[in-house]
Structure formats: structure tokens, C-alpha cells
Design a protein around this ligand. Structure first.
Ligand code: AHG
Ligand code: MN
Ligand code: MN
Length: 312
């Protein structure tokens, strides 16, 4: 869309962009509803209580008041959207069925506030969303019909894909999401790396991978927040993120349904790759809601190298 010099820059908003994508109205409505909910989440993050909620989630992790509040904000919005039949959240123990008939409806898995323990240090965090058609949430990630995240940093941005490229929107002064980057693409290889987990618990294969990255001149860029770390790779168009198997934690930390599937969908849509070291993340059939996997995600060349080293 062209902008004449001297005139106010035309801002294409999320709804209009979605309408140009030839997808069903229910999916447009769902994505817009999630974008609306995120405005309440960022408000809660900016002003809310930083304390603990006094409860724990299905991983036994202590929930912060902000985790619980963000979860409620999203859940309520999804239920009232009228287009969602099943909901799974990193903060809920079981799947919530909101409508028995799944005809024309969607199921959503989400991490309401990834990186919530970073809020006290005022670091960037985000909301991660995975969307399937119908009722089944325990499907391979390649069956997602859409994935998105909202990043709460110095600016608020939203990145989505409905399987037709990856697009970034940025929140303006009116709290509208307007298009800032269309068709984000990753280079085949890049010189940024973000390694999660405790280094002293790395296996020899992962030590080798880190050495390979450092020897070729990759720069360490790890924030401790999955959303900003993946966003950096997408927006800079290069890099690799890993959260490998650790000694004592062979499945790593990150969760397939709520974190890995949606990010793998977005990164693959941008021309990158995501693997657990053996197979593509999007080919893994989840065994349960709390299924975890190791992950190498980003530029194809680095992910290929990680897989090669895992094979020994
Ligand atoms: P959550 O806050 O939802 O529990 O997840 C945090 C995740 C993710 O944001 C990040 O990539 C990873 O935990 C960081 O873990 P380490 O501190 O072990 O590196
Ligand atoms: Mn998380
Ligand atoms: Mn979380």
C-alpha cells in the first residue's frame, strides 16, 4: 500500500489484513478477539501485582498473580468469542470444553504470559497462541491453522500466520495493531544464538553445537523470554534458539502445545526450521497437555547442524 509524501501514513490494521487473506469469518473474529484480550493483558502487566498467586500449575510451578490474571483475561474472551469449542492453557490442568458441537469452530492452546518471572526485572515477555480447526488439541503442530504471539516489550507487537506467510503488527497510540512488517523471511543461516538452560547440564552433543556456533562467530543474544528471543530471530531475519535436553531433563523445558508448536509454525512459515534434534517439531504427536520437547529453532542451516550433531 503506497503512502504519498506529506500525507498521514496509511496504517493497515489487523482486521483489514486478515480480511485480505481469504479465510473464514470465524477465524478472523477469533484472531481479533485475542488481539483485543492482549490489550488487557498488557495493562495487567504494566500495573498489576507482582506477587505470587499461592497456587501452582500442572508443571508444579508456582503461579504468579499475573499468570492467573492473564489466563482469566484470555479464557473469558475465548469463551465469549462464540467461535471456540476447546481451550487449553499452560495455566489450566485440563482441557475446557466451551461448546460440544465443533462444526465451524476452533480450539485454542495458549501460554497466557510466557516469561512472567521476568516482569519484576522489567524484561520483555509475551502471550503465545496455537489454533486448530475443530475440537482436537492433541494433534501434530503441522495441523495448526494459525499461530500467533503478542510481545510486550518497549513496544507491543503481534505476529501471526494463517499459513500464508508471517506478518508483524505494532500497537499504535490508539492501541490498534497496524501492519509493520509483511512476509517476514529468515535467511538460510545467521550469526545470533540464544541458548536456554543451564550450561553445566548440557550434553556433549550440545556443547559441540555451542562451540560450532561460537567458532563461526555467532553472537550470544539470550533474553530468557521465549517470545522476545524468537521475535528477535524473526525480525532480524537470522539466528537460532535452543532449549536442549539437559542432564536430568531429557525433554528440556519448553512445552509442545503452548510454546513450541505455535513458534515452530511461525518460524517455518518464515522459511526457517524447528526440530527436537531428531524430527521436526511440527511432526510430533502430543502425548498429553504437558508434553515437553527439546528444541532447536531458527535458520535452517543451524537447525540442520544441531540435528547432525545429535546423531553423533
Ligand atoms: P514460563 O514463564 O511460561 O514458565 O516460560 C518461561 C520459558 C521461556 O520464556 C524461556 O525461553 C525459558 O523459560 C527460559 O528458561 P531458563 O531460565 O531455564 O533459560
Ligand atoms: Mn511459557
Ligand atoms: Mn506461562
Amino acid at each position: 500500500m503506497s503512502n504519498e509524501p506529506g500525507k498521514t501514513r496509511f496504517q493497515l490494521d489487523l482486521r483489514r489484513h486478515l480480511r485480505s487473506q481469504n479465510i473464514c469469518d470465524n477465524l478472523i473474529h477469533l484472531i481479533c478477539e485475542i488481539s483485543e484480550a492482549s490489550k488487557y493483558v498488557i495493562n495487567a502487566v504494566r500495573t498489576g501485582d507482582l506477587g505470587v498467586a499461592g497456587t501452582s500449575n500442572l508443571y508444579g510451578e508456582q503461579q504468579l498473580a499475573l499468570d492467573v490474571l492473564s489466563d482469566r483475561i484470555l479464557r473469558k474472551r475465548l469463551i465469549h468469542s462464540g467461535v471456540v469449542c476447546n481451550i487449553a492453557s499452560e495455566e489450566m490442568e485440563t482441557i475446557l470444553q466451551t461448546q460440544a458441537n465443533s462444526e465451524g469452530l476452533y480450539s485454542v492452546a495458549y501460554d497466557p504470559l510466557d516469561g512472567s518471572s521476568l516482569v519484576d526485572a522489567n524484561l520483555a515477555i509475551g502471550t503465545i497462541i496455537s489454533i486448530f480447526k475443530g475440537h482436537d488439541l492433541l494433534q501434530e503442530g503441522k495441523k495448526q491453522v494459525a499461530a500467533m504471539y503478542i510481545l510486550y516489550g518497549p513496544r507491543v507487537s503481534l505476529v501471526y500466520s494463517i499459513g500464508n506467510g508471517v506478518h508483524e503488527f505494532t500497537m499504535n497510540q490508539l492501541m490498534e495493531f497496524t501492519l509493520s512488517k509483511e512476509n517476514i523471511r529468515l535467511k538460510p543461516s545467521g550469526d545470533i544464538y540464544a541458548p536456554g538452560g543451564l550450561r553445566k547440564k548440557y550434553t556433549p552433543e550440545n556443547e559441540k553445537f555451542v562451540k560450532y556456533l561460537e567458532d563461526k562467530g555467532s553472537k550470544l543474544r539470550y533474553s530468557g523470554g521465549f517470545v522476545p528471543d524468537i521475535n528477535q530471530i524473526l525480525i532480524k531475519g537470522k539466528g537460532v534458539f535452543m532449549y536442549p535436553a539437559l542432564l536430568g531433563a531429557p525433554k528440556g523445558k519448553l512445552r509442545l502445545l503452548f510454546e513450541l508448536n505455535p513458534m515452530a509454525f511461525l518460524v517455518e512459515q518464515a522459511g526457517g526450521a524447528a526440530s527436537n534434534g531428531k524430527i521436526s517439531i511440527l511432526d510430533i504427536k502430543p502425548e498429553s497437555l504437558d508434553h515437553r520437547e527439546p528444541v532447536y529453532i531458527g535458520c535452517c542451516e543451524e537447525v540442520r547442524k544441531a540435528v547432525e550433531l545429535q546423531a553423533g
